[in-house]
Design a protein around this ligand. Structure first.
Ligand SMILES: C[S@@+](CC[C@H](N)C(=O)[O-])C[C@H]1O[C@@H](n2cnc3c(N)ncnc32)[C@H](O)[C@@H]1O
Length: 186
């Protein structure tokens, strides 16, 4: 009955996105979220997919090719620098972050609090009204707790007149289960 964190994240973003919009996959990794977002925008829209690892971009690109998806722009750089790549004043319909490390890869390359917070801060002015940024927060790895705290501290500081911030997760699961954070622009 209760949705998993990932399926609830997808459900939330799906409800708020219309075909033709621009969406951000802030941590493309193997490309599963990129593929999901590309279906929401349709070919009339666009997905910008960021990752600091070339290997991730390669895998995600292969997944798009295998699925005949051609409206994804890959950026081999930190999501914190997104404003340097998007067209000036581009409005975004939503964004997804999957924090932590790339599955089947070097587990020491992880998302970090400073750059994750910088990326969210840079995205908020571009987000459409009623748009969502969703973050699936994995925090069981080294450095994961610090990132989680940095993100929570920043989101706690957002003006409630301007943003709604939701947390969703299972509090009785063992081994640091991931949880969802969603920011809605009012
Ligand atoms: C949990 S994985 C993402 C999984 C992905 N959503 C999928 O479907 O496979 C996190 C990814 O974030 C990337 N990453 C780490 N720091 C980053 C940054 N500052 N900017 C963009 N990507 C980053 C890692 O290289 C890794 O591929």
């Amino acid at each position: 009955m209760l949705k998993t964190v990932l399926s609830y994240a997808h459900e939330l973003i799906e409800k708020t996105v219309a075909p033709g919009e621009t969406l951000i996959d802030a941590t493309c990794g193997n490309g599963q979220d990129t593929l999901f977002l590309s279906k929401l925008t349709g070919e009339t829209g666009q997905v910008w997919a960021f990752d600091i690892q070339e290997k991730a971009i390669e895998r995600a690109r292969e997944l798009m090719t295998a699925n005949d998806v051609h409206h994804v722009s890959f950026v081999h750089d930190s999501h914190a620098n997104l404003a340097a790549y998007l067209p000036h004043d581009e409005q975004i319909g939503g964004a997804v972050f999957n924090l932590g490390y790339l599955p089947r890869s070097d587990k020491s390359v992880v998302t970090k609090g400073d750059s994750t917070v910088a990326a969210i801060r840079n995205m908020l002015p571009l987000l459409k009204p009623k748009g969502l940024i969703v973050l699936v927060v994995y925090h069981g790895h080294p450095g994961g707790k610090q990132e989680k705290q940095a993100v929570l501290d920043y989101l706690n500081s957002l003006d409630q007149q301007k943003f709604h911030v939701l947390s969703y997760g299972f509090i009785n699961q063992k081994n640091d289960p991931p949880f969802l954070l969603a920011i809605e622009k009012r």
